[in-house]
Design a protein around this ligand. Structure first.
Ligand SMILES: Nc1ncnc2c1ncn2[C@@H]1O[C@H](COP(=O)(O)OP(=O)(O)OP(=O)(O)O)[C@@H](O)[C@H]1O
Ligand SMILES: [Mg+2]
Length: 268
């Protein structure tokens, strides 16, 4: 058993070479840590470097300086036990719901029968049992998200990285998916880093909300969210506790959103 944070970034900086030869700093001296079983939401203005931060944790991009650690080990390549859910549905259009969910276990060496057996459990858990034989184009956007969620969770990740996974959904479907995520995550002890530009979503889901600065991203401030669990997002949003923590975090986030907006006006 390892103790201590499962994810750590220590003064991680990421620079990209721009198309015109310059260098763009996407993430600067970013330090954060996530404990096993902790749900951390990351909010910040568009383009500030949130997705890049996830890339550092997942090993898709190495830091230019500083260090990324998973379970205390420097990240070299994609660490074991990582589940990644992207903004766009990562479902495969030519595979049925069941086979989309079975793809992960198959890839990890399970037999076809075993993989399908595991997949069936998760297809049921996300409420798609009746649709196991459907193909993605036969599903609604919300249902495709459920497939993507099942396809991620079937691998029992100990680290769940989520990059605005629900932002394309309408408000009601989104709330349903948020509840679904909390229900499926509870008791797994997985560490979650959930990127969103929606502060409401961040607070409803997380134990801790990290506000990023306008580009380059670094941690501006961190807020603990002490709302009780289990939570139902539509209910918890109405509580005075939620609204007071919302106001507090929004004060911090608004400055960064304004900065990013001013810059984009100047640049255009
Ligand atoms: N592979 C890359 N090569 C070059 N530049 C990149 C690369 N990835 C990201 N960037 C740049 O880094 C900056 C931060 O991008 P990133 O995608 O991390 O922002 P973000 O906060 O996730 O934005 P959004 O909220 O719009 O999703 C952007 O200016 C982007 O153009
Ligand atoms: Mg992004």
């Amino acid at each position: 058993m390892t103790t201590g944070p499962v994810i750590e970034l220590r003064a991680a900086t990421k620079r990209f070479r721009g198309a015109t030869g310059g260098v763009h700093t996407a993430v600067r001296e970013l330090t954060l840590s996530v404990q096993p079983g902790e749900f951390v939401a990351v909010v910040g203005p568009t383009g500030c470097g949130k997705s890049t931060t996830l890339s550092l944790v997942s090993g898709l991009e190495p830091p230019s300086s500083g260090i990324a650690l998973v379970r205390g080990e420097p990240v070299l390549g994609i660490p074991e036990g990582i589940g990644y859910m992207f903004q766009n549905d990562a479902v495969q259009p030519w595979r049925s719901v069941l086979d989309n969910v079975a793809a992960g276990p198959r890839y990890r060496g399970a037999s076809k029968a075993k993989a399908r057996e595991k997949a069936r459990v998760w297809v049921e858990k996300v409420g798609l049992a009746k649709f196991a034989g459907y193909y993605p184009h036969q599903l609604s956007g919300g249902m495709r998200k459920r497939v993507a969620l099942a396809a991620t969770l079937v691998n029992e990740p100990s680290i769940l990285l989520m990059d605005e996974p629900f932002s394309a959904l309408d408000v009601q479907t989104r709330a349903l998916m948020q509840d679904e995520l909390l229900r499926l995550w509870s008791g797994t002890n997985a560490a979650v880093v959930f990127v969103t530009h929606d502060l409401d979503e961040a607070i409803a889901l997380a134990d801790k909300v990290i506000v990023m600065t306008a580009s380059p991203a670094t941690v501006k401030s961190t807020f603990d969210v002490h709302l009780p669990r289990p939570r139902l997002v539509e209910e918890i949003r109405m509580t005075p506790e939620f609204q007071s923590v919302y106001r507090e975090i929004w004060e911090s986030l608004r400055e960064e959103v304004d900065k990013a907006r001013e810059r984009s006006v100047v640049a255009s």
